[in-house]
Design a protein around this ligand. Sequence first.
Ligand code: NAD
Length: 261
Amino acid sequence: MSLANRHAVVTGSTSGIGLAIARALAKEGADVMLNGFGDPAAIEAERAKIEAEFKVKCVYSGADMAKGHEVEAMIRDAAENLGTVDILVNNAGIQFVSPIEDFPGEKWNAIIAINLNSAFHTIKAAVPGMKAQKWGRIVNTASAHSLTASPFKAAYVSAKHGIAGLTKTVALELATFGVTCNCISPGYVWTPLVANQIPDTMKARNMTREQVIQDVMLERQPTKEFVTVDQVAAMAVYLCSDAASQITGTNISIDGGWTAQ
Ligand code: NAD
């Protein structure tokens, strides 16, 4: 499968799942725009490595996915620097864990803005170009929490259920334009996002680190193993292929059996 001459934007791709997806798309020949936060030197090293390793163009946008005007400007930058955005991966996300009565309003707003609203803004900005060329792929990183809930994750679960609904709506609107829109719903994937929520979960549930990993996280996953970032990336690449042109509006679980229960 080749994605040569395709141009991809992957939000939240300086780390974890997004970086794995960006690298996997580049490996198939797509030019890529990275986005996300982090140490500028490390981001530049990653960008240069992708260009050298996969012989594609790789650019970086530091747009803040919490700010709608920056999100839409990022898509315009991508179209100017790479060409039409053919592949859009909405992946940026943050987490915050707290009982609802203590859940800070600003954390709720940030999670809804970054995990849900940013996808509205990127899609809105990228769709005219995709429609005009009658080809496009939109892949949203949802979560097992787009299908089911866990306590103490009110904002995250709400945002991810929202992404699942947005995915279906956009798929229907674009069905006759050669543009597909799907979401991937991983269970627990070992990334900084997961590692960073361990201390708060320890506090919220009064547990040790090992108890959180075994009794909260992997307890939900019948395989008792974390999903890998490369497994999620492989699905994203498949959804961008021509073989997947009739797959649209779906929510694909990669969760070790979590949502089968
Ligand atoms: P991560 O923390 O490793 O990566 C998150 C990325 O988003 C980083 O590149 C970060 O810089 C970026 N980001 C955060 N806030 C941003 C902002 N305001 N603007 C721009 N970029 C921003 O996390 P991850 O685990 O790779 O998560 C990626 C996606 O996968 C998220 O949407 C997350 O909800 C989802 N997900 C993760 C898991 C898991 O177990 N790790 C499971 C299901 C879904």
